[in-house]
Write a protein that binds this ligand. Sequence first.
Ligand code: HEM
Length: 483
Amino acid sequence: MADFLESESKYIFLLPQLKSSFLSNSSSLPPGPTPWPMVGNIPHMKSPLPHVTLANFAKTYGPLISLRLGTQCLIVGSSPDVAMEILKTKDRFLCGRYNPHFLPLTKSQLNQLSLVWNEESNDNWKHLRTLCKTELFSNKAINSQEALRLKSIASLIDFVRVKEGEVMKIADLVFATVYNILGNSLMSKDFIGLGEKNEDGGIKGSISEIMGILTVPNISDFYPILSKLDLQGLRKKSIKFSVRMRAVMIPIIEERRNFVKANSFRHNDFLDTLLDSDFSDQRIFLLFMELFSSGTDTTKTTIEWTMAELAKNTESLKRVRAEIETEITQAFPKDFHKMQLPYLQACIKESMRLHPATTLLLPHRSIESCQLPILVNIWAIGRDPSIWEEPLKFKPERFLNSNLDFKGNSFKFIPFSAGRRTCPGIPMAERTVPLILVSFIHFFDWSLPNRNDPSELRMTEKFGVTTQMEHPLSLLLKARKCY
Ligand code: HEM
């Protein structure tokens, strides 16, 4: 193993020295399936789930592989050791971000303004991370958002109670709730109605449209030389989306700017902080769009998969419910940090092991000259039988009495990644995910439509920026008598 790691580190060490995305001297790259002329390994990526194909390649070629998709080479790590090498040992070099070509801004705009897509991890990026860490995700900030979370949860419970007897798509309810929790923390505003449909033409429809675009493989990413042509029109669509969102967000920001000038009253949300820090409308808009896009779909996906696992594993659901009942004695949930729910916590971790929201993290790259995207297949690590006993089984017990947390301390479990680019929203997700789950579990009885057998629930995946359920979870929810 030590020898092996030595040679793996050698490959990663070589990355910064690679000069271009088109590599004539492929011998300096880690192994991988032999590319075809022109198209590279595209014909090998037959499955609609790239993380599954890449996990299979790792079985043949080892935990650090390279591929060529069109003219674009990429590197994929699929073991805790390689993940540690990328996200810890070589983090200082590999904390750059690889930008997909659909993004509506230029590289220099992204390096100036972006948190998520800043290629260089430069001082602008550091400033944004620090600001978010201290003003949005610090303990003090997260505690001060408690009332906002509980308000959105109360709306969710009331809405579901009224709809009793109807089959409900869990992802829709959760998405609206998560979006509104974040919308209130950022700018004291609800953005999506709980009953809002994609077709209603509001924010939800626009987001669903852009998410659809992001599941389409982009020819420009495979053949960067063609990117200016935007052959599939994906960049054009993402610009259209950005224009639509600006039309919603900029007036709110401007209205607040004028309000702050004219009044001494403060909303004490993140928008006030950014205005105090002299952020322009454009900077605020972009940061909020990035926070919404990175924080809502990931949280929703995590909650939906956990509920699906609990719906399927009814003994675990009973156990969580019993645990919650000893903690909640009033007709309304408390914020999560005030409850002791180790088994629920274990269920969430177990679900994130099996169904990480972003199976391949977001693409990293070297901050030096090399342009290669670097992915870490955390889906493969979570299902590796040499790391986990009975890896395909939902067994939350494996996380009880274990010190595996979300903070990236062990590279066998990194659903939020690790190192400099680790998810900054962990403190918010750690409160929001369990609170929404508690509300669904404690206040409602669940059954599958058509009296279907829970054990037959379909758990297949649909690939995207986040990996969703292919068949979205639908439940009949009935208010429990005691409340
Ligand atoms: C269960 C919920 C969540 C999961 C599983 C999750 C997971 C992740 C992952 C895997 C990354 C990529 C890290 C990398 O490239 O190495 C990431 C990045 C990020 N996440 Fe989260 N996330 C969640 C919730 C949130 C929330 C609630 C927010 C904020 C409201 C947020 C904001 C971000 C941002 C801004 C980044 C980019 C950081 C950077 O590039 O420096 N996330 N997240």
